[in-house]
Design a binder for this molecule. Structure first.
Ligand code: TXA
Ligand code: MG
Length: 320
């Protein structure tokens, strides 16, 4: 019997206390969690994912009250953002406490931290006396998991237990924000839109470019990739015409009018709602990736709100 996927929180608590790793649900994507204070657990996370050690992890805490244990010199705007958006899909990069391991931060003096918004995982954190580090629970560079089964397919026996919390409600990773003397920095677009943060804080976020040494490897060019080649296009009809005799999976937004030209068509949101589109994106990418297609064609989203995050992920997924 396969009991790798289950809903038993006590079992997750026990494994984590034993310094083993467990996949956990969050509102964004599933995370591969381990005790943030255990070198053994952290090393297992990197090796299970095949993740390069220069890519630091996010620390997950149960409430803002624990932030002081993780970070120091916390700017006022960070506290304001945390109070407003936590529990939620906003990750803050802050100066780290001395005791936070270099394995967590990849040797940086800063640490990424958030309070996830998922009842099961909050309950789990409430039963532990340590925070959890958790990168997305997929093989490095692949599509993030939004269902327990995606974790199992990607990591197999590398993860002893997957705590099932249903389908992730948001479906895209958290937005990552940092701070310097003058500015609020945007390290990674995510499932809270840049505009929503800017409106709340009354300030424009400064996008940190990822040209040479990416500050946040979620910004690495090739990332979030399916095995099937993927192209992003603003002109579906043209794109489909230029690949005759190929088995094509199409992911679009709005009414689907392309049934005849593609093998399978998925609309991210019939009513063109970008939040709904975001929550379906990875799930559809996982689904189409299983069908042995020659190509996945995806329609570019409008460059606003979560459309920007979706386009960002798709651009990276289309890098070969
Ligand atoms: O929604 C999420 O953020 C999910 C769930 C599980 O919480 N986690 C996630 O983790 O997406 P991961 O490891 O796939 O992405 C974490 C990102 C990486 O791009 C990493 O480079 C960045 O966070 N990061 C971590 N620490 C950082 C730091 N000190 N400075 C800049 N970026 C950092
Ligand atoms: Mg990831």
């Amino acid at each position: 019997m396969n009991n790798q996927i289950d809903t038993n929180i006590d079992r997750a608590v026990q494994l984590l206390k034993d310094e083993l790793i467990v996949a956990i649900p969050t509102e964004t994507v599933y995370g591969l969690a381990g005790n943030a204070y255990s070198e053994k657990a952290i090393k297992s996370i990197y090796s299970a994912k095949g993740r390069p050690v220069f890519n630091p992890l996010i620390v997950h805490i149960q409430s803002i009250k624990e932030l002081d244990k993780i970070a120091i010199n916390i700017p006022e705007s960070a506290i304001k953002l945390a109070n407003h958006f936590w529990p939620g899909a906003l990750t803050l990069v802050l100066e780290k406490q001395d005791h936070i391991s270099d394995l967590v931060t990849a040797g940086k003096s800063t640490v990424a931290v958030r309070v996830p918004n998922h009842q099961k995982t909050l309950e789990l954190l409430g039963n532990l006396d340590f925070p959890l580090v958790a990168p997305s629970a997929n093989k490095s560079n692949h599509i993030s998991p939004t269902k327990a089964i995606h974790v199992q397919k990607s990591l197999g026996n590398n993860v002893p237990y997957i705590l099932d919390g249903g389908e992730c409600q948001k479906g895209l990773e958290s937005t990552i924000i940092g701070f310097d003397d003058k500015d609020i920095l945007l390290y990674r677009l995510g499932s809270i839109s840049k505009e929503e943060i800017e409106t709340f804080i009354g300030k424009t976020l400064k996008t940190v470019s990822n040209n040479k040494a990416p500050e946040s490897p979620g910004m690495l060019k090739k990332h979030y990739s399916p095995n099937t080649p993927l192209v992003l296009t603003s002109n579906i009809a043209e794109e489909l015409k230029s690949h005759p005799n190929q088995k094509i999976g199409l992911i679009c937004i709005g009414e689907n009018t392309f049934d005849e030209s593609a093998t399978i068509v998925k609309s991210l949101s019939i009513k063109k709602d970008l939040e709904e589109a975001a929550s379906n994106l990875y799930n559809y990418m996982h689904e189409l990736d299983e069908l042995n297609l020659d190509l996945i064609v995806v329609e570019k989203m409008p460059e606003k709100g979560l459309g920007k995050t979706i386009n960002d992920r798709l651009k990276r997924a289309s890098e070969r």
